[in-house]
Design a protein. Structure first.
Length: 395
């Protein structure tokens, strides 16, 4: 087996079981490992630290499969890791009426670079790294044996594959092609999901618990749902008795599904207003006409793609939260999120606080939010917690 020898002192993170080895930590590479090949990770003193997938094109040169030097990385290894992830979801689903959820959450389920989401009887996979790509067939075979899905579809189209030297890839991996739209159940709500062309793998599964949380503040409220996608937060709000929901979304296809969700959930269509447009511009227009809301949801796309973009992204978060505070009635509630993994939670909280200050509003945080139960975070991989949010109440 090829081996990667680390520079002196660079084994500390691995001793804490962090699953990444950066290229700058490597002293020498013994053998000729190709992209995705399994390599032994060796400290400068010769001690074996485990085994991982080699990626010669990425700054993250190795993603650790196992910290046990004696564990073999074989199809049986992937069977075992998948069985463990599936067992956790089955246990949790005993009390959660969901037919769509994340089945494997990459490093936090011990499978770096592998994302698997379930929508009814279809599985959607993302193989984002060289190691994940190397073992794709074995993972799909294990899924077929464990779950007998109707179909397994690949959505390996995020830009992270560029950094791994991999082209994007989408298409059927096994079984039947998914229909154009799949109807899923999330608590009392139903949604239409386009797993072939929708955002991420088709739906924002990481927000399921936060959508349910919105329901607790929605009765009788006029709700503004910004960056609405297919209107998930709005559906939960209307189910809980909201007086009206306004969805703002720049994507026409997504907004078309939001419109269909009212009928799918037997909601009063007259209580829903769907606006196609740029959220920043629409909110400025609302501010200028002094329109106000009882509850506002801000769930923007990822603003921070690299550390060099942090200042610009912070200004974007500040701007959107400032507008939201200006539009909230006294006693109103703001659900505000950042899905940017590089955005520190303390900085995000400071940005929201500064936005309230500049808006001339006094507010309090009444709850901190994160991603849902099916997106766990391994204790040795804090980067697994990427979604952060707060519920703020204006005094």
């Amino acid at each position: 087996m090829p081996a990667v020898v680390l520079k002196f002192g660079r084994e500390k993170s691995l001793l804490r079981r962090h699953p990444w080895v950066f290229s700058g930590a490597i002293a020498t590479v013994e053998g000729e490992p190709g992209p995705g090949d399994t390599v032994e990770i060796v400290a400068s003193d010769g001690k074996s630290l485990g085994k991982g997938a080699y990626s010669p094109y990425s700054q993250i040169a190795i993603r650790v499969w196992s910290f046990d030097p004696n564990e073999e990385i074989t199809p049986a290894f992937f069977n075992s890791r998948l069985e463990r992830a599936i067992a956790y979801r089955r246990f949790m689903l005993k009390t959660k009426p969901h037919s769509a959820y994340r089945l494997v959450h990459a490093e936090s389920d011990g499978l770096p670079g592998i994302i698997i989401d379930r929508y009814e009887d279809f599985l959607v996979c993302q193989f984002l790294t060289a190691g994940a790509e190397r073992w794709k067939k074995e993972v799909v075979s294990s899924l077929e044996k464990a779950l007998s899905p109707t179909g397994v579809y690949e959505r390996s189209d995020p830009g992270i594959r560029d950094k791994e030297g991999l082209p994007p890839h989408t298409g059927l991996l096994s079984g039947k092609m998914p229909p154009d739209l799949i109807t899923i159940q999330e608590g009392p709500c139903r949604f239409l999901v386009d797993i072939q062309h929708g955002h991420k793998t088709g739906f924002y599964l990481d927000q399921s618990e936060n959508r349910a949380a919105v329901a607790g503040y929605s009765e009788g409220a006029e709700v503004l749902n910004c960056f609405a996608y297919t209107g998930g937060f709005g559906v939960w709000a209307l189910k809980a008795g909201a007086a009206k929901v306004t969805n703002i979304e720049s994507s026409a296809p997504a907004l078309a599904l939001a419109h269909r969700h009212a009928a799918l959930n037997q909601l009063d269509d007259a209580k829903v207003e769907n606006i196609e447009g740029d959220v920043f511009n629409v909110l400025r227009a609302y501010r200028d006409t002094r329109r106000q809301f009882d509850l506002i949801v801000l769930d923007p796309p990822r603003f921070v793609l690299s550390r060099s973009q942090m200042d610009r992204a912070s200004r974007g978060y500040k701007d959107i939260n400032l507008l939201a505070f200006q539009l909230l009635m006294r006693g109103g509630v703001l659900f505000t999120f950042s899905c940017s993994g590089l955005m520190p939670p303390d900085l995000f909280q400071k940005i929201v606080a500064d936005a309230a200050l500049d808006a001339g509003r006094e507010a309090q945080i009444i709850r901190f939010l994160s991603q849902s139960w099916d997106h766990p975070t391994a204790l040795n991989f804090p980067e697994g917690t990427y979604l952060k949010g707060v519920i703020c109440r204006v005094w």
